[in-house]
Design a protein around this ligand. Structure first.
Ligand code: KE4
Length: 429
């Protein structure tokens, strides 16, 4: 069925004249799929509506923050009330304490936390902090993990950097990239080798405890525990980038779910409830290095912004509770098991990695367990799959190397409609 997309196409033409690629973040450009993005007019619950009036069941979920669904009543109310009291003070406000309290209580590794305005700022600052605390310069990251776009983390990065074929971006000085050592996800030997080559020089190992930016790739048995051991043995810090997994995997993030406690944790997305919030936190002795308590400088005009704090607090308070996570898991399992049945019935070469309320369908026959294996996925097939779904009113992420997210606003009815659309979409490939 041909969708009316004239308004979005016209808007995209105008946007392309004003913004690189017509977007403010590359993955939104649909360049990896249909090439012309839909422009969203409004969103509510599990649905987004584009400027041409088309309705989509949304599984992008703004790349993770909207675990309650779009325009949740309580979150919107909290933002409206906060806005009436001012939009930014440049001075501390009570809700910064309230959100910090919630994070400290929920996330096992966090005794103190600093708010930022994005996940990139959180991970960038966490790496600087690890370097300041240890006095060492090298860091280890994993191929395919994405930690935002700070220079030293844009080395073999996932998400849009991989989608658009620039995992190591131009513009990053070689001197910076040289201090970012690359290991292979789920391959402990690749980490041990680097510690052997750079004794007493590695400040930290940073990773997504469950990778979601090369598509969803889960840590194999013992991998996280071994990273915890090897960093302790070498006097290096372990940084968990939980910008996606924080409050998604469980109220305590992946570290609670897997029982592996890092030294520093980065957060974002859900803790802002759709407004710009990131955070990094950890042991008190480490966090006391951060200005003004300590010498490591880090700052932000809108860090701890009252509206963002109100949105984050309303989200976390409403999300809290075992029942919500059970509901999210139950809905996701229904969708994933339905897709698995369809894949088997149609004999499609595809694998699904799924954790709690996020998953990725990889168009490959290989086990997607690290960057090398996920790169073998058939991205052209994914693009056609995405397009077919879009025409059926289902919005999946516009890239093979991202995660599908469910929210508490999705229903069994949405899952049934989605399964029918997926069956049609896969049959038409
Ligand atoms: P932001 O700077 O985009 O708020 O956060 C960076 C970041 C850090 N760590 C992880 C694990 C992340 O997933 C992200 C951002 N995720 C991407 C999508 N996978 C954001 C979408 C985009 O780039 O537009």
């Amino acid at each position: 069925m041909k969708m009316k997309l004239a308004k979005s196409k016209a808007l995209y033409k105008a946007a392309e004249k004003l913004m690189p690629g017509g977007v403010n973040s590359p993955v939104r450009s649909f360049n990896a799929v249909s090439g012309s993005p839909v422009f969203v007019a409004k969103a509510k619950g599990a649905y987004i509506y584009d400027e041409d009036g088309n309705k989509y069941t949304d599984y992008m979920s703004s790349w993770g923050p909207l675990i309650l669904g779009h325009a949740d009543g309580d979150v919107v109310k909290a933002i409206k009330e906060a806005a009436e009291l001012g939009t930014s003070y440049g001075a501390p406000c009570k809700n910064e304490i309230e959100l910090a309290k919630h994070v400290v209580k929920a996330i096992p590794s966090v005794e103190m936390v600093r708010m930022t305005s994005s996940g990139t700022e959180a991970t960038m600052s966490a790496v600087r902090l690890a370097r300041a605390f240890t006095g060492r310069d090298y860091i280890i990251k994993f191929e395919g993990c994405y930690h935002g776009h700070a220079d030293y983390l844009l080395v073999k990065a996932g998400s849009g950097a991989t989608t658009f074929g620039t995992p190591s971006s131009p513009g990053v000085p070689k001197a910076f990239a040289d201090m970012t050592l690359l290991a292979t996800y789920n391959d402990l030997a690749s980490v041990e080798e680097l510690f052997g080559q750079y004794p007493d020089k590695i400040a930290a190992v940073i990773l997504e405890p469950v990778a979601a930016n090369m598509g969803v790739v889960t840590p194999e048995e013992g991998f996280l525990e071994s990273l915890r051991r090897i960093t302790l043995e070498n006097g290096s810090l372990l940084i968990f980038d939980e910008v996606i997994t924080g409050f998604r995997m469980s109220p305590g993030g992946a570290q609670k779910a897997y029982g592996v406690i890092p030294d520093i944790t980065c957060l974002g997305k859900i803790i802002g409830g759709g407004l710009p919030v990131g955070a990094f936190g950890g042991r008190r002795d480490i966090m006391n290095m951060v200005a003004p308590s300590g010498p490591m400088y880090q700052a932000g005009t809108l860090s701890g912004n009252p509206l963002a704090m109100a949105a984050g607090l309303a989200t976390l308070r409403k999300l809290d509770g075992k029942a919500n996570y059970e509901r999210l898991r139950e809905l996701t399992d229904a969708l994933v098991s339905g897709i698995t049945e369809i894949i088997e019935k149609l004999g499609v070469k595809a694998r699904i990695n799924s954790v709690e309320s996020m998953f990725t369908i990889f168009f490959t026959g290989e086990e997607p367990r690290d960057y090398k294996s996920v790169l073998k996925s058939d991205t052209k097939m994914y693009s056609k799959f995405f397009e077919n779904l879009l025409r059926a009113g289902i919005m999946f992420p516009p890239s093979q190397f991202e995660a599908v997210f469910l929210s508490l606003a999705h229903t069994e009815k949405d899952v049934d409609k989605t399964l029918r659309a997926i069956e049609q979409s896969l049959s038409a490939l």
